[in-house]
Design a protein around this ligand. Structure first.
Ligand SMILES: NC(=O)c1ccc[n+]([C@@H]2O[C@H](COP(=O)([O-])OP(=O)(O)OC[C@H]3O[C@@H](n4cnc5c(N)ncnc54)[C@H](OP(=O)(O)O)[C@@H]3O)[C@@H](O)[C@H]2O)c1
Length: 278
């Protein structure tokens, strides 16, 4: 077992994130879990007790809905009252919409939850991460990150496509990972792809897509392997700014290595976050 670490974790209540969170708790890590659903938070602890009856879960749940920057800001403030240092931020939460949805902040939901929120959380928690010499940032991307960033219509308002909104957000988090790795060398930044996994992610799909997803998807236990590998590996064994699949650095598209595009995207993200009034 590694030294116990303090980990802020989103997307820990279901799917592959839950498997990874249970494993991290079983290793004795201290988890600050950002969750919008108290029932699922209780379920996580009940499942932990069933799976590891001899162990104690060192978990704190912090109310946080990523569709609300007010909620994320309050969560960051709460974290700061609880700990003075964090060793890891795991941004695993993600969603996929079929219909266009706007958040209370006025952003397209996928753009906010999958891309703006991870950057906002990372920047809000950066001082705490920098206080740790083990600092790691892990974000869950996807093999569907293909293509480019649609700068002309970043929220797909003119030409809505749930697939493109999802695909683009997952390219965005890889680009941000590479960019932050350059500007913050003291922190190790990794993006990961879990493979196709049978989870709730596709719950808004039509029945046929859902059936295919369930047919070809692997179990959440298998899908969590790369995430667990990244959580458990010391930063000296990881390559900052890289994309991991099957627990290995994996070469991907030229767009995902385009640092000019990363800088341009960061400016768009900053401009959008700059619109927030709190
Ligand atoms: N499944 C796949 O095949 C696949 C492939 C590639 C990448 N991924 C990525 O893997 C990550 C985990 O997804 P999953 O497949 O395990 O799906 P999942 O079971 O739907 O888990 C998604 C997690 O994100 C959380 N979340 C979503 N929206 C949120 C919000 N507004 N505020 C707070 N938390 C929110 C969910 O919390 P609630 O329980 O409250 O909804 C849940 O814990 C996602 O980033 C996804 O894009 C999945």
């Amino acid at each position: 077992m590694n030294d116990p670490q303090t980990i802020v974790f989103t997307g820990a209540t279901t799917g592959l994130g839950k498997v990874a969170a249970l494993k991290a708790l079983s290793e004795g890590h201290h988890l600050l879990i950002l969750s919008r659903n108290s029932e699922k938070s209780s379920e996580l602890i009940n499942d932990f007790k069933k799976e590891y009856p001899a162990k104690e879960a060192n978990a704190v749940f912090i109310d946080c809905d990523l569709t609300s920057f007010k909620s994320i800001k309050t969560a960051i403030e709460e974290i700061k009252t609880k700990v003075s240092q964090i060793d890891m931020l795991v941004n695993n939460a993600g969603m996929w919409n079929t219909d266009f949805n706007e958040t209370e902040d006025g952003f397209e939901e996928t753009f906010q939850v999958n891309l703006l929120a991870p950057v906002y959380l990372l920047e809000g928690l950066m001082p705490l991460l920098k206080s740790s010499d083990k600092a790691k940032y892990i974000v869950t991307s996807s093999g569907l990150h293909q293509g480019s960033i649609n700068f002309e219509d970043i929220e797909y308002r003119a030409n809505w496509s749930g697939f493109n909104a999802y695909r683009q957000s997952k390219l965005g988090v890889i680009l941000m990972c590479r960019l932050f790795a350059k500007s913050h060398p003291e922190i190790t930044f990794c993006a990961q792809h879990p493979g196709v996994v049978r989870t709730n992610l596709g719950h808004k799909f039509g029945w046929l897509s859902r059936a295919i997803f369930y047919l070809i998807g692997k179990s959440a236990k298998k899908g969590a392997r790369t995430l667990i590998h990244l959580i458990e590996s010391p930063k000296s064994e990881l390559v900052s700014g890289e994309y991991y699949a099957k627990s290995k650095v994996t070469p991907i598209t030229k767009e995902s290595n385009d640092m000019q595009m990363a800088v341009k995207l960061k400016k768009v993200i900053d401009d959008n976050l700059g619109k927030l009034t709190y």
